[in-house]
Design a binder for this molecule. Structure first.
Ligand code: SF4
Length: 420
């Protein structure tokens, strides 16, 4: 069976330097397909979709709400030509009902152990419109190594510098933060993968730089310590969402190659200031993720927050605007209060105001968002800050004899000039 797997394009965040990471959802999904399925993958952010391809089945993997409408357009084109299309991924789960109008089947849930039955239905002309396994997660032991071999790895570099490879060591999250859909998507239970399997997968990745994309590593102190201890011999450098602010965990993380972490900066407290300092004290850089437009935010508090970010010496900052994604508490509240201004999902890019903020006008919040990016990167550009982060990782690799210079190739020359 020939399976054409597509990752639709989406607009990048305003203000953010454009680079492309190898996608994670499609390669994890591909690992759940039976071995005899011949997969051809296209990342529309960097490659052209071949609408004339000969394939038994087209799969559309969507991560972001802002990708979903493009996914529907692609599906409509293939289905008009008589090709069967199935959808999966986070955004398909968040938008399952609407997506059914554009799909032969929508898969909701985690794919491991489920694909054989779905393909059997397809082969016997009894495909169902919806496969909903949201409340029936497969055992984490079934998660095999992601099929990174389906990617054109040469495309994923930034000005000739190899980007990170994405990897996950756990699923689920025991927290339920206000703007986040993970509780809906992956459940409130933390589900770590067996550490030996995780380490084997990491060791097999032909890249010394990883992005551990787990929702949050700060879920179980014991597990974090075991994981980091086991990672030390791999000599990888990695970034991740937050790790626990505990001296022993931070020490082990640093020894395991923690390069930088994403840390939500939601206020100007000493707690945040000290946490950033502790990361830095352990040689771990910090990229602040700053969400603007929460109900408690006023113009003054946002300006104070921007000043604070400069004081605490973040290595990078990424600003977003509160966006009420479906199946989040934010969506439920704002919908109930009649404050959602549009359901045009193309605008749900997290850099556009799509709801009525409590204390500021939508236009003013939009201006403050641009002001935040401009102020943070006024004295040192984002390119320069990113360069410093990559310089840091190259120095570490040189010190540990793991640095591998890349040959510039055709894909590098194309990068930044041509977007499919
Ligand atoms: S924001 Fe992070 S920590 Fe909070 S619920 Fe979502 S994944 Fe969990």
């Amino acid at each position: 069976m020939k399976f054409y797997l597509i990752y639709p394009k989406w607009p990048k965040l305003t203000g953010q330097t454009e680079f492309h990471l190898p996608p994670h959802g499609p390669v994890v999904f591909a690992a759940a397909l039976p071995d005899d399925v011949d997969i051809e993958f296209v990342d529309e952010n960097l490659q052209e979709i071949d609408f004339d391809v000969t394939a038994d089945l087209v799969g559309i993997s969507v991560m972001l709400t802002s990708q979903i409408q493009r996914g529907w357009e692609i599906a409509d084109t293939f289905r008009a030509r008589g090709t069967t299309v199935i959808f999966g991924g986070i955004a398909a789960m968040l938008h399952a009902e609407e997506t059914m109008a554009h799909a032969d089947a929508v898969f909701v849930g985690e794919a491991e152990g489920r694909m054989e039955a779905l393909l059997d239905d397809f082969n016997n002309n009894r495909l169902k419109k919806l496969y909903n396994y949201l409340d029936d997660q497969p055992p984490v032991e079934l998660i095999g190594p992601a099929r990174r071999d389906i990617l054109n790895r040469d495309l994923y570099n930034y000005r000739g510098i190899q980007m990170v490879d994405l990897m996950h060591a756990s699923r689920g999250c025991r927290f339920n933060c206000y703007p986040c859909a993970v509780a809906y998507l992956g459940g409130r239970k933390f589900r770590p993968r067996p550490i030996d399997i995780v380490i084997e997968e990491m060791a097999g990745i032909d890249n010394n730089r990883l992005f551990i994309v787990d929702n949050s590593l700060a879920q179980s102190t014991k597990w974090e310590k075991e994981l980091f201890r086991a990672m030390i011999p791999l000599k990888k450098n990695w970034c991740s969402h937050p790790i626990e602010d505990d001296p022993e965990v931070l020490d082990l993380a640093a020894r395991a190659g923690a390069w930088y972490v994403y840390q939500a900066v939601f206020d100007t407290s000493d707690l945040i200031r000290d946490r950033i300092k502790r990361y830095h004290d352990h040689g771990i850089a910090v990229e602040g993720t700053i969400l603007l437009g929460l109900d408690e935010h006023t113009e003054e508090s946002i300006n104070r927050l921007i000043d604070f970010l400069l004081e605490v010496d973040l290595d990078l900052a990424e600003f977003t605007i509160l966006t009420p994604f479906p199946h989040t508490r934010a969506f439920r509240d704002l919908e109930k209060q009649g404050r959602i201004l549009t359901h045009d999902w193309k605008k749900y890019t997290a850099d556009q105001v799509v709801y009525q903020p409590r204390h500021i006008s939508p236009d003013r919040l939009q201006e403050l968002f641009h002001h935040a990016w401009d102020s943070f990167y006024k004295d040192e550009s984002q390119h320069m800050k990113m360069f410093k982060l990559f310089k840091r990782v190259m120095e570490r690799e040189m010190a540990s004899n793991t640095y591998r210079p890349r040959q510039r190739n055709k894909a590098d020359r194309v990068f930044g000039r041509k977007k499919a």
